[in-house]
Design a protein around this ligand. Structure first.
Ligand code: ATR
Length: 274
């Protein structure tokens, strides 16, 4: 039996085991996917145990996505640029790191906006998730991605670190709100809107263009406030389920060489979310 896992802290609410175990059953693959709790300071010891266990692959989540880099044997080039890993593949005893978060986001957004390159984009946030998305979109060829973030210097650092050509203006919230009508795509990557902690919107979307797309990487709640407000002004909205499903599907493909049924995965995730 092949064994897979997700490592993180906290880990008990991860929905990845439901998603992957259901796929193993569906495709009649003799495999199992578990949650493994590894505390922040215990990564090295935790990984030694995983190596002894001979895992075929695993996902990595908060807080280990960056800290795991030195313990891997090889890194996929885009994942190396992003500086964070969410998927590890065991290839004949070698651990290879990938980042399917950015690629998962891209796959989800391409479903509703297939021609992305010339779409004027605004990203809200400049943290870890924003970095994976920003680099991946720039790598894909998106020409303009402006950034608005509470801490301006983090946005500047993100822009400076990107190895792929992209036009980026760093905006204040006021400026972004004022010129919101210029954007075709608005990407919300902060934790604002994640209930019950912060039930709010990071930006006033009054000036949004009709038929613009707002995508939020949050999926719990299914419709964060910014999506509700955007929708009421005629925007198209997408929540974080697509990114979650596709990052999982791409990880599954890397482990087993088979792109799984994403409709099935989406239905399963929705069922878990109630
Ligand atoms: P993640 O890996 O999930 O992206 P992160 O790296 O901690 O997490 O980044 C969180 C993002 O949400 C950042 O853009 C952060 O803004 P700062 O760079 O100013 O910290 C943003 N964020 C979180 N809480 C926020 C709040 N209350 N108001 C505004 N922005 C917030």
């Amino acid at each position: 039996m092949k064994r897979f896992a997700v490592i993180g802290d906290p880990i008990k609410h991860s929905m990845s085991p439901y998603m992957h175990n259901d796929l193993f059953q569906h495709y009649q693959i003799d495999a199992r996917y578990d949650r493994v709790h590894i505390e922040k300071g215990m990564l090295e010891t935790g990984l030694e145990l995983l190596k002894k266990d001979g895992l075929a692959g695993f996902n990595v989540t908060v807080p280990h996505k960056t800290d795991i880099l030195p313990f891997l044997d090889e890194l996929d080039p885009l994942c190396k640029e992003i500086g964070a890993v969410n998927t590890v593949v065991n290839e004949n005893g070698k651990w290879i790191g990938y980042n399917t978060d950015g690629a998962g986001y891209l796959a989800g957004i391409l479903k509703v906006m297939p021609e992305l390159k010339d779409k004027k984009t605004l990203m809200i946030g400049a943290g870890g998730a924003a970095r994976a998305i920003y680099f991946t979109l720039a790598h894909h060829g998106v020409e303009t991605i402006d950034i608005v973030n509470r801490t301006k210097v983090r946005a500047e650092q993100l822009k400076a670190a990107c190895p792929y050509p992209v036009q980026t203006a760093i905006l204040s919230a006021e400026a972004a709100e004022q010129q919101l009508g210029e954007y075709d795509l608005i990407i919300q990557t902060t934790s604002i809107g994640m209930s019950p902690e912060i039930d709010d919107s990071p930006l006033d979307v009054t000036n949004i263009k009709e038929n613009a797309l707002i995508s939020d990487i949050i999926y719990n709640p299914l419709e964060p406030k910014i999506l509700q407000e955007g929708k009421s002004r005629g925007a198209i909205v997408q929540n974080g389920i697509e990114m979650f499903v596709y990052q999982g599907a791409l990880a599954f493909e890397k482990w087993l060489g088979l792109m799984p049924d994403t409709d099935r995965m989406r239905k399963n995730v929705r069922k878990q979310l109630g």
